[in-house]
Design a binder for this molecule. Structure first.
Ligand SMILES: Cc1ncc(COP(=O)(O)O)c(C=O)c1O
Length: 388
């Protein structure tokens, strides 16, 4: 059997009959949209993620669009973000008419560099063409960004902080989830994510009740919510009183049912992923650059990413030895045509260098020691061959 890069079937077998029963229950109920599992999941996610409010939505991308819309971020506004990330992070700015401003990352964690962020905000303010409004951090590969430092910079400049935790739901820094520092944290439930559904889905975590209300409204076409109806009478379904321009970004009830089951084993899976990561570090730490986790941080290991000078040679050698690998991300966002014109004050030297060196190895909670040994041996064989 080939080694899978991510093994969703092992997880499905572990979840067994209760998972299938939960799916069938939704199928039989007929409540396919906004069924009771949605509110149940939102309560469970808020509890797990230490957040006062959690809102499910259609995807991790829409989870990023919703707060930008809620804050009225649009043309002429700047949102600072890394370029060493998945396209969705930067894509949502142009979608609301705003401009991403790319900031470099730290060389050890690949997450946003707070000092460079400070300098980039100052540069944009001085130039005066765009109005800084928000910072969007990314918990790349599952580990938390340097939230204390980034939040200090963000607050000092009077900006909002969004944690794009699409890859990092469940990660903590000194025991706190990113929402402890951020105004809003988001995640993705794309199947390959550490907590993945059986289709698309996302969530927005927030601390402010009025903001949460606004997100509830925006998720369904700007429908009237309780605060809109204060002091006014509308004798029909508030769904048909549209207070603002919104989206359709509802999560399917079926996905909520799946996620409720998966959430019951998520903590245990995070521990298993950390065991796998420790074993990789022991087996590879002397021959390649293995990942560094921020002091006080716990990663959920969305990816296990190492570095190699001849990255593409390593990928080819692993393929020959029956070991899958992946490159996240071969082309940073600012190098891609739709994003090439956006500002990058201070340049992106770390991002540029890392894009040609990183390679991710199989990582999931069900990676057996024997399979992991094959991966480790395959990497070591390539390094040894190259050194001789
Ligand atoms: C960093 C990051 N942000 C946002 C997203 C978007 O999530 P989705 O695919 O659920 O829209 C992803 C998904 O891969 C991601 O990795």
């Amino acid at each position: 059997m080939p080694i899978p890069f991510i093994d969703l079937q092992a997880q499905r077998r572990r979840l067994g009959q209760p998972l299938e029963d939960a799916i069938l229950k939704v199928v039989r109920s007929g409540a396919y949209v906004m069924g009771p599992e949605i509110a149940e999941l939102e309560a469970a996610l808020a509890a797990f993620g230490q957040a006062p409010h959690a809102l499910t939505c259609g995807s991790g991308t829409e989870a990023l669009i919703l707060p930008l819309m809620a804050w009225g971020i649009g043309p002429g506004d700047a949102v600072f973000c890394p370029s060493f990330t998945f396209a969705a992070t930067a894509e949502v700015m142009p979608l609301v008419g705003a401009s991403p401003v790319f900031v470099d990352v730290l060389p050890d964690t690949y997450n946003l560099d707070a000092q460079r962020l400070d300098a980039a905000i100052a540069a944009v303010k001085q130039e005066g063409r765009l109005t800084p409004r928000a910072v969007m951090t990314v918990d790349l590969f599952g580990q938390p960004a340097d939230y204390p430092a980034i939040a200090e910079v963000t607050r000092r400049h009077g900006l909002k902080l969004i944690a794009d935790s699409a890859q990092g739901f469940g990660c903590t820094l000194f025991g706190h989830h990113p929402i402890h520092w951020a105004d809003v944290a988001t995640t993705s439930f794309f199947p390959a994510k550490p907590l993945g559904a059986y289709g698309d889905g996302g969530a927005v975590f927030s601390k402010d009740a009025r903001l949460h209300d606004l997100l509830v409204s925006l998720r369904v076409h700007g429908q009237a919510v309780a605060s809109d109806l204060e002091g006014r009478t509308f004798h029909h379904d508030p769904k048909y009183l549209n207070m603002r321009v919104g989206l359709n970004s509802r999560m399917d009830t079926l996905q909520a049912a799946v996620l409720l089951q998966k959430l019951t084993i998520f903590e245990d899976e995070i521990e298993a992923r950390n065991r796998v990561a420790r074993r990789y570090a022991e087996g590879l730490g002397d021959v390649v650059r293995t990942p560094a986790v921020i002091t006080g941080g716990t990663s959920v290991w969305a990816q296990y990413t190492i570095e190699a000078a001849d990255r593409d040679g390593l990928a080819a050698s692993l393929r020959e030895q029956g070991v899958p690998s992946a490159v996240y991300y071969p082309a940073p966002i600012h190098r891609q045509a739709p994003y090439a014109g956006y500002p990058q004050p201070g340049g992106l030297p770390v991002t540029e260098a890392k894009a040609s060196q990183v390679i991710s190895l199989p990582m999931h909670a069900y990676l057996e020691p024997d399979d992991q040994d094959l991966v480790i041996a395959a990497v070591r064989a390539f390094v040894k061959k190259n050194a001789s």
